[in-house]
Design a protein around this ligand. Structure first.
Ligand code: PAF
Length: 288
């Protein structure tokens, strides 16, 4: 299948072959390549990753694929916003190529491989979404192996995902540099997310509290508070006033995501949170 150059101003590859041909041509011209994997419904947070891609490489590919294997059966796979034309318009003048395969291209009949990691996948998100990271790791490996970019860029909002991808790339000797892009926030501090569109006006107002609580807890710990259950428990209690369900709010080692056994950070610490407001599950994190 050749490149689709007619639908939008940014050309679209819908198959691995079309993607590889485009990248091969750039390589012949001596150009470097960045990949920004996304599930579409692009917001300014994604666009900041694309801007970072342009700083780091000559050509930027944005993949748009709502990956079924990272959603559990009860999650929002079918409701997840699909806005390809609007996404393509947002990428005009920013990305050089969109890679938008369909599920049959990514997972053809007989597909049987899953990449599953231990350790960093297990706590936090792993407790609540036990099959999620295997889906993420498998699709990200496929996207990277198809595009063979010099750098691949992921948002820091999904901090644990970023740690999982770094681990996988190191373990499997995949020759790509993994970069994290800073979290982009709305005026009240809510981390930008494609799922924010699910929030009703009242829920949207309450959701801003997530960032306030993270900032206050980070400041409290930075002032010397022990990283004890009491610190996290205090934050969870305040969060519970505006949120319907807290999956976790934990202060962990930034890299391994393990808890500090003696209540004192021996390495860089990070607060990670996942909480539900109405039907919408929001995640966020902040360094201490
Ligand atoms: O962060 C996301 O949008 C997705 O998990 C990713 C990395 C594109 C894989 O589907």
């Amino acid at each position: 299948m050749p490149l689709d150059t007619k639908s939008y101003a940014v050309p679209v590859a819908r198959s691995a072959a079309a993607l590889r041909d485009a990248v091969a041509e750039w390589r012949r011209e001596g150009r470097t390549v960045a990949l920004v994997p996304t599930m579409g419904a692009l917001h300014d947070g994604h666009l900041s990753l694309v801007d970072l891609g342009r700083e780091k490489a000559d050509r930027v590919i944005v993949s748009i694929f709502v990956n079924p294997t990272q959603f559990a059966p009860h999650e929002d796979f079918s409701a997840y916003p699909r806005t390809e034309a609007a996404d393509a318009a947002r990428l005009e003048g920013k990305a050089h190529l969109i890679f938008a395969p369909d599920a049959a291209d990514m997972y053809p009949q007989g597909f049987s491989t899953t990449i599953s990691l231990t350790g960093v996948t297990e706590p936090l998100e792993g407790t609540f979404r036990p099959t999620h990271f295997a889906g993420v790791a498998t699709v990200v490996a496929k996207l990277i192996l198809r595009a063979m970019p010099d750098v691949a860029i992921f948002g820091e909002k999904d901090w644990q995902q970023l740690m999982v991808i770094r681990r996988m790339v190191a373990d499997l000797d995949i020759p790509v540099e993994i970069l994290g892009g800073a979290i982009m926030r709305e005026a009240d501090g809510l981390a930008m997310s494609s799922r924010n569109v699910y929030l009703s006006p009242d829920e949207r107002k309450a959701a801003g509290q997530l960032n306030v609580i993270l900032r206050e807890t980070a400041a409290h710990v930075a002032k010397g508070a022990r990283i004890s259950d009491a610190t996290a428990e205090g934050a969870r209690r305040v969060l519970a006033l505006g949120f319907d369900k807290i999956d976790y709010l934990e202060i962990r080692d930034s890299g391994s995501l393990v808890a500090y056994p003696d209540d004192r950070p021996t390495s860089s610490a990070r607060i990670l949170v996942a909480a539900k407001i109405g039907k919408t599950r929001l995640i966020d994190n902040m360094p201490v």
